[in-house]
Design a protein around this ligand. Structure first.
Ligand code: ATR
Length: 270
């Protein structure tokens, strides 16, 4: 029988994870079953117990449970601890539960390998200071950018994040009004795109050399990507590659094999 995996969330019906992981399995000649499991909003602990009892080997975790699963885990990786959230769980044979976070590495792999961006010495602007932003800070700093600026509508939240990661590299917090210089790379980690909004980024932040990346993915240009194109960004991308790369890293944790991601990105773009 195939090993069982699932993505858990609420809502979950539109998740692309089953499609992605089945494509990985086919591509790497692995036999797995991967489903999307709807968990009641107040039922995460019981949900984890049930899936573990049913013999699932691992889970992906999405909104709104990435922080909530925390206390139900036996061990967590350092990157999950720094991210303050878990997107991958491994159910070990001894019954223990290991939590990891592959979102940040997924973003960095998409930027560096799929888009060919060298992050070293770059001036990076990260928009937003919620969970999505926090999850990518440590992996970005690991590439030794010249500066990582976190800009947020609520400045205090950006300052809290900057203080939290200060020991790992050159990071600073700013309000949108405080942004005066341009950046090599602007990453949108706000939830503004979900509502078709663009954060109030000064046009001075973008030049014709700026790469703009929206961590959200969409079949049509997000509001942020439209803004970037209007301001002559050198290149833009949505977060589909990040989605596939974080999934590949989860797959590697569970199966010990890193699948080929480009074919799956191409498949999802069709
Ligand atoms: P997530 O876990 O997806 O990061 P979150 O923790 O609710 O979600 O954070 C959402 C982020 O998007 C925050 O940084 C939020 O800014 P505030 O902290 O000031 O609320 C940001 N955000 C949401 N809508 C926005 C908008 N229209 N313009 C600018 N920033 C926005």
């Amino acid at each position: 029988m195939s090993d069982k995996y699932a993505v858990i969330g609420n809502p979950i019906a539109h998740s692309k994870s089953p499609l992605i992981h089945h494509a990985f399995a086919k591509e790497s000649d692995q036999s797995i079953a991967y489903t999307a499991e709807l968990i009641p909003l107040d039922g995460i602990e019981a949900g984890l117990d049930t899936l573990q009892q049913k013999g699932f080997k691992g889970l992906n975790v999405t909104v709104p449970f990435k922080e909530q699963v925390w206390q139900s885990l036996t061990d967590k990786s350092e990157r999950a601890t720094l991210a303050g959230a878990v997107n991958t769980i491994v159910f070990n044979d001894d019954g223990s539960r290991y939590g990891d976070n592959t979102d940040g590495v997924g973003l960095c792999l998409d930027l560096t390998q799929n888009h060919g961006i060298d992050l070293a010495n770059k001036r990076i602007l990260l928009l937003g200071a919620g969970g999505a932003a926090r999850g990518v800070i440590q992996p970005l700093l690991a590439f030794q950018p010249a500066q990582l600026t976190i800009a947020n509508r609520t400045l205090r939240k950006a300052q809290t994040l900057a203080a939290l990661f200060n020991h790992l590299g050159p990071i600073r917090a700013a309000s949108f009004e405080q942004l005066t210089d341009n950046f090599d790379l602007i990453i949108n980690a706000t939830s503004a795109s979900l509502r078709g909004d663009v954060p109030p980024i000064p046009s001075a932040s973008i030049s014709s050399q700026t790469f703009c990346y929206d961590m959200m993915y969409s079949n049509t240009d997000t509001a942020f990507i439209q803004w970037a194109k209007k301001h002559q960004a050198v290149k833009t991308s949505d977060g589909l590659g990040m989605l596939v790369e974080q999934a590949a890293e989860s797959f590697r944790l569970w199966r010990g094999i890193k699948p080929n991601t480009q074919t799956v990105i191409d498949l999802l773009r069709q």
